[in-house]
Design a protein around this ligand. Structure first.
Ligand SMILES: Nc1ncnc2c1ncn2[C@@H]1O[C@H](COP(=O)(O)OP(=O)(O)OP(=O)(O)O)[C@@H](O)[C@H]1O
Ligand SMILES: [Mg+2]
Length: 315
């Protein structure tokens, strides 16, 4: 008993108290396997190394500020997207970090750029590097803010000290903003946007869904409505995200059109309905000929992580 107490304080002084938790188990094993003393010592010290590496990794992952658990193992290699697979695999050797090279993932919304970047960050964390992942607009905002309160050098240090800084794109609000601006320029239809603030995030899968839905609904307005104005509005209440897209165009007979959809002649609205139902949400179209069209979508937000791990369903 006494020797155990003194062992405890010796290990504590050496900052090795972690060994104590597995020591009884290791002693029993050493006796059973008749380990040499040297091998036994190596075993308990290796345990300590593993423990320290695990805890360092936990801290690094926390400091990296990943918003979702995205690893290369979770990447959907069978998704119908085209990219240079060998090159991506090669990236994960992390040689670019040694060479101080930059990596840019380019491609349309929803193909998994954020996922790949976060997975690369995870791999870097696991290899002992310090990583920070942040959305580009938030980084710019922090830098701007730091000029106002004279903390620029401290803020800059935060962004340049990690071994890998991952800048993600501008998020849902900015993506819809850009799309709506282009739409306005192309079609002459005015767009009113009422979107959530930039720092409200719904997870990349849900955000991609919302972006695709807005894209399809605006296409419908341009193709069918003959409208002069469209309003896109989002509202988050009681863990439900409500999205409405309303135009002042010529409207249509919803029942007839949905019947035509069922006959597979039109895909847009049917695809939206399927996608919303996939997320457990509600989809409603209200329109009367001559009276404009309103599409209302409600998406539950509770189980964000479950949504994020669901496989992406192409629209
Ligand atoms: N905003 C709108 N204003 C007027 N009519 C609309 C509007 N949105 C849809 N419609 C009508 O509903 C029909 C079904 O729309 P849906 O998006 O499902 O198919 P589509 O646009 O015709 O074809 P697809 O989307 O497959 O290219 C349209 O053909 C159109 O008649
Ligand atoms: Mg359509």
């Amino acid at each position: 008993m006494e020797s155990k107490q003194s062992l405890k304080s010796v290990l504590k002084r050496l900052r090795l108290s972690g060994i104590l938790s597995t020591l009884p188990e290791r002693v029993a094993y050493a006796r059973k396997a008749k380990l040499e003393m040297q091998d036994f010592l190596e075993l308990v010290l290796q345990d300590e190394i593993d423990r320290r590496e695990q805890s360092n990794l936990r801290v690094r992952l926390q400091k990296a500020r990943f918003t979702e658990e995205q690893t290369l193992e979770g990447f959907d290699w069978d998704a119908p997207i085209t990219f240079d697979r060998d090159r991506v695999r090669q990236l994960f050797s992390l040689a670019f970090l040694e060479a101080h090279e930059d990596v840019i993932f380019m491609g349309p919304v929803g193909v998994g750029k954020t996922h790949l970047a976060a997975a690369l960050g995870h791999a870097a964390c696991r290899s002992g590097r310090d990583v920070l992942m942040i959305r580009a607009d938030l980084l710019l905002r922090e830098l701007l803010q730091s000029r106002a309160d004279h903390t620029t050098s401290k803020t800059m240090r935060k962004f340049i000290s990690p071994d890998l800084l991952i800048l993600d794109d501008f998020g849902l609000r900015a993506a819809i903003d850009v799309h709506a601006n282009n739409f306005e320029r192309r079609t002459g239809v005015a767009v009113d946007l009422h979107l959530p603030p930039e720092d409200v995030r719904f997870g990349s899968f849900l955000e991609t869904t919302i972006y695709r839905i807005v894209q399809e609904l605006l296409t419908n307005v341009a193709k069918h409505a003959g409208a002069t104005r469209v309003t896109i509005q989002t509202l988050v209440r009681n863990n439900v995200l409500a999205l409405t897209v309303q135009d002042n165009g010529k409207g249509f007979d919803v029942k007839r059109s949905l019947l035509a959809s069922a006959r597979q002649t039109h895909h847009g609205l049917r695809n939206i309905r399927e996608r919303v139902e996939f997320f457990g949400g509600v989809f409603r179209v209200e329109s009367v000929p001559g009276g404009g069209t309103e599409v209302l979508i409600e998406l539950p937000l509770e189980d964000k992580t479950a949504m994020a791990t669901r496989k992406e369903k192409p629209l």
